[in-house]
Design a protein around this ligand. Structure first.
Ligand SMILES: CC(C)(COP(=O)(O)OP(=O)(O)OC[C@H]1O[C@@H](n2cnc3c(N)ncnc32)[C@H](O)[C@@H]1OP(=O)(O)O)[C@@H](O)C(=O)NCCC(=O)NCCS
Length: 187
């Protein structure tokens, strides 16, 4: 029984979401995001195909040794200082800014610290990738920073893992304003 167990007490594993697992992420996406904000399956397939190293899943290991996807974070690379509508739907392989599109946890597992844990894992993963790219002359991208937009009520989640408020975003989508937040990576 996993009910009420906090992230640190759950057998969680973090690994990249493979192409065949994207529909599982999509099932969570459409369940948890409002219809107007949820990514389409096509979009998630595009993101996994374009930047598989930026699609990290959080899996719960079960007693029978199988695992269940309970959350994920997905991003693409962009260039420039701020997120716009255009950057939100593209991938620039030479970009040095990681644009997070979704941070999502299945509702049965929310408010147990899983998104917090996932974000910390993700930021460490990005730092490792960036360091690897830096030491590999043939590779283009060293990541400078991570950007995302969030509604006011979730900004505390991101502040809690080190993101800093940039300000109100120029992105307009739905009735509520979006706020841009940034996390600086060592580079
Ligand atoms: C937002 C979301 C990812 C949070 O996942 P989670 O695993 O429940 O988050 P955590 O347990 O790590 O939360 C840590 C802290 O963030 C804040 N927080 C998390 N979800 C919140 C919410 N819905 N409203 C207000 N504050 C929230 C709280 O301060 C929380 O601490 P607390 O539970 O001790 O009060 C999850 O609710 C979700 O998938 N929502 C649908 C998709 C979405 O909106 N994603 C964010 C896009 S910007």
């Amino acid at each position: 029984m996993t009910t009420d167990r906090k992230a640190e007490d759950l057998p969680l594993e973090f690994r990249l979401v493979s192409a065949d697992q994207v529909p599982l992420a999509y099932a969570i996406e459409i369940e948890e995001y409002p219809e107007s904000e949820a990514a389409s399956l096509k979009n998630l397939i595009f993101r996994q195909d374009a930047a598989p190293e930026l699609f990290l899943g959080c899996y719960l290991r079960k007693e029978d040794d199988t695992s269940l996807l309970v959350g994920y974070i997905v991003s693409t690379l962009v260039s420039g200082d701020h997120l716009t509508h255009a950057t939100m739907s593209s991938h620039d392989p030479s970009g040095d800014v990681v644009c997070i599109h979704s941070v999502c946890v299945a509702s049965a597992f929310q408010r147990r610290g899983i998104a917090t844990r996932m974000l910390k894992e993700y930021l460490q993963h990005l730092q490792r990738l960036s360091d690897k790219n830096k030491s590999n002359a043939s590779s283009s991208a060293k990541y400078k920073r991570v950007l995302l937009i969030a509604h006011q009520h979730t900004t505390g989640l991101y502040r809690g893992v080190g993101f800093v408020m940039v300000g109100k975003s120029s992105v307009e989508h739905g009735p509520d304003p979006w706020f841009e937040m940034v996390y600086a990576l060592d580079h």
